[in-house]
Design a protein around this ligand. Sequence first.
Ligand SMILES: [Zn+2]
Length: 349
Amino acid sequence: MASGPLDTAGAHQEGDRTGIAGAPGTPGAYSIGKVAGIEISIHYTWLFAVALIAWSLAAGYYPADIPGLGVFTYWVIGIVSAVLLFASVLAHELMHSLVARTRGIRVDSITLFIFGGISNLASEPTAPGDEFFISVVGPISSFVLAAIFGMVAVALPQPGVAGAVAGYLAVVNLLLGIFNLIPGFPLDGGRVFRSLVWGVTGSLRRATLVASYSGQGFGWLLILGGLLRLLGGDIFGGLWIAFIGWFLNSAAESVRQDQSLDESLRGVAVSKLMDVSPGEATTNMSVQDFVFQEADLAAAIRVMGQKGLHQLPVVEDGGGDGAEGGHLRGLISREGVVRFLQCRQELRV
Ligand SMILES: [Zn+2]
């Protein structure tokens, strides 16, 4: 498990894009409290990760590092180490979240799951500088933790249990920092890479494309490396690395699909698809959430995604402030947008 958990900081509307873990309310994620006003939740897959790490430490790593202790003692040290490893991941995620907040981005929650942690930001950064700082602070905090645990390990008597645990945490935080610097989206390094391409070219679209292909490339490399390790006899480590590669590859691909969806909906006015006889449904709706009829489908889908709505009132721009300034023209629904996309695909237009 030395390859360490994977983490991604990003916008996760409608739950997480990868479908593994996500925003509060995601099936399988349970809140354990708040830190600095940010909800911390644990996805049930996190328990498997703690159990696997504790087992690999209790059965292999610690008996070799500090021989002569009992089986029970090794298990206690293994479990404590696994929990401290995830506390380190949580500290890493908190740094992403706190920096995001100083840049004006709301943070809904942090979820810990089998590969590490996810910071659920309410929206994507709108400037390359914001994305750069929000992302780069993650690996930096892992390196700082590695240095602190390293100094503690040196200060403690060797060989000893506390010194061995501190030494393990120093190494694993160092590996976490290095792993997260891989320049493939959606890893921290991939986000740093995207922010640099974005800053240089001025195009978020092109930057996302480059960084997501790079993420897929590194995903395939990890899968290949994992399979080679598997063939070399390291079944557990090989499978784990291949699994992380698969996760990175599919996360990178879904980011690109999101973008191409956004592109195919952009420029199509919502008035083209709205239902002009909405009936009673509109009376139950909040007037805070609406789109102007001149807006495009990409904007409508974004609002529905952010607010978790299945339909939105479409309002004529009366020049006033918000929905009150205009007249209700109809309703736009997610189903309508899906039908539109299916139609388009079938007609290949
Ligand atoms: Zn991170």
